[in-house]
Design a binder for this molecule. Structure first.
Ligand code: HEM
Length: 414
């Protein structure tokens, strides 16, 4: 029986159970880095590799409209978000986010987050121990609000950070985590829609040039301003993923604990090494499992076929651990990024292709800049890592060191 006529068994349940390992496991048994399967009742084609990235990000092949399931929109991205648009509607909405690619945005946001970190450290020192994931989320929430021009009382930062991380934590699961994510999203959308209304009515002034000002004044491809709810959704599409860097901060602490040789060059301010380290954290640790879109027409990829309307899935975690690209993919080795230039579509933890033309994350420069700065902060900080469960389950999406990384004796001599 050939690959085109083989009946397809629905793989939604194994996907939920195997998490990050599901696609890489299927890929191992398949020829040509392509898998044909069935997910959520639809035929699906899963791909990986730089050529597959270019195929996936070509709008003639793959659309996003109606591709993202409601449970993901209702928690992670928000209804009507930029992630769901194609063509001119996407290009015009994406202009809202393109200034995030500028170096001024990276240094502006990094300065605010580092200031919030420095302000928080004495409070960590006053306690016996802290959970780094929670503290980093609060610091990132404070920093991104200040930078984006969104008012936030200091006392509300921890609860707001919990809402931001809940939206990410609950998107890929049913049950209490999912309900928590939905409640967090409605609370935060309501707060920010109210703010947009106040800015537009003149009751609140948005700082000149801020994200808040840009979102309130933006006009979509149809010439209309964003309604309050969609404006809130797009403000959250800046605040939520910045707070989600807490996952990478926890992974950074995990890496510094497991491989302490990385600490000295970060603490010494070796800029090239810091960038390489940030890339290796994003490549090595599991965060985004895969990305999906809908086939715009009948598609063939390396001999495999999916009909128009079928799912096309880019195996992000698998590509970031593909032996053909990385040689020793399961070794944490930042210096691999100093040994050869890495092409645009090889490293894809935040999507691939051109961020200005397609759906690639516009926050990638911010992510790398913040990670460089926060890895250096951690490498210079005194703390101990008490006995705890640092295991990272590949079955849970998104995953985290089980303890959230507990640090003790922060800022005290060992
Ligand atoms: C899109 C990952 C940080 C804003 C995306 C995509 C991924 C991603 C995988 C989807 C790409 C696609 O659909 O093809 C991440 C990760 C981050 C991060 C892992 C670090 C924790 C950020 C930051 C911002 C941001 C800091 C903004 C401040 C966005 C937006 C989109 C996006 C607006 C939608 C782009 C579009 O649909 O055109 N991100 N991101 N992200 N990200 Fe990020």
């Amino acid at each position: 029986m050939d690959v085109l006529s083989r009946p397809l068994t629905d793989r939604t349940l194994p996907l939920l159970a195997e998490g990050y390992a599901w696609l890489p496991n299927r890929m191992r048994d398949a020829a040509g880095s392509v898998v044909r399967t069935r997910i959520m009742g639809r035929p699906a084609l899963a791909l990986r590799g730089p050529d597959a990235v270019r195929f996936f990000y070509d709008e003639r092949n793959v659309h996003r409209h109606r591709a993202i399931p409601e449970p993901v929109l209702g928690t992670l991205f928000g209804h009507g978000a930029v992630h769901t648009l194609d063509g001119a509607a996407h290009r015009v909405r994406k202009e809202l986010f393109l200034p995030l690619l500028e170096p001024a945005a990276v240094s502006g946001l990094t300065d605010h987050v580092v200031a919030a970190w420095d302000k928080a450290v004495p409070g960590w020192s006053a306690r016996d121990s802290v959970v780094l994931f929670d503290e980093a989320a609060t610091v990132l929430t404070r920093g991104v609000h200040r930078w984006a021009g969104i008012p936030l009382d200091d006392g509300d930062a921890a609860a707001t950070a919990r809402d931001m991380t809940a939206m990410v934590d609950g998107f890929a699961t049913a049950g209490p985590r999912h309900l928590r994510a939905r409640r967090a999203r409605s609370r935060q959308e309501e707060r920010l829609a109210r703010l947009v209304r106040d800015v537009r009515s003149g009751q609140v002034t948005a700082p000149a040039g801020s994200v808040l000002e840009r979102v309130c004044g933006h006009r979509d491809a149809d010439g209309e301003p964003l309604d309050e709810k969609t404006a809130a959704v797009e403000l959250l599409n800046v605040v939520r993923p910045t707070t989600a860097l807490a996952w990478f901060v926890a992974f950074t602490a995990h890496a510094l604990h497991r491989w302490p040789g990385n600490r000295a060059p970060l603490a010494d301010g070796d800029v090239a090494f810091a960038t390489a380290f940030a890339h290796e954290v994003r490549r090595f640790y599991p965060f985004v499992p895969f990305l999906g879109g809908l086939a715009a027409r009948d598609l063939f990829w390396r001999g495999a076929w999916v009909p128009a309307g079928g799912l096309v899935v880019l195996d992000v975690y698998g590509q970031n651990h593909d032996e053909a690209l990385w040689g020793d993919p399961y070794a944490f080795r930042p210096r691999r990024f100093l040994e050869r230039p890495v092409a645009r579509d090889e490293l894809v933890p935040q999507g691939g292709g051109d961020p200005a033309a397609g759906h690639r994350c516009p926050g990638e420069g911010l992510t790398v800049g913040l990670l460089e700065a926060l890895a250096a902060q951690l490498a210079r900080m005194e703390y101990t890592v008490p006995e705890q469960n640092l295991a990272i389950s590949l079955h849970r999406v998104p995953t985290l060191p089980h303890s959230g990384v507990v640090l003790a004796g922060v800022g005290r001599a060992a």
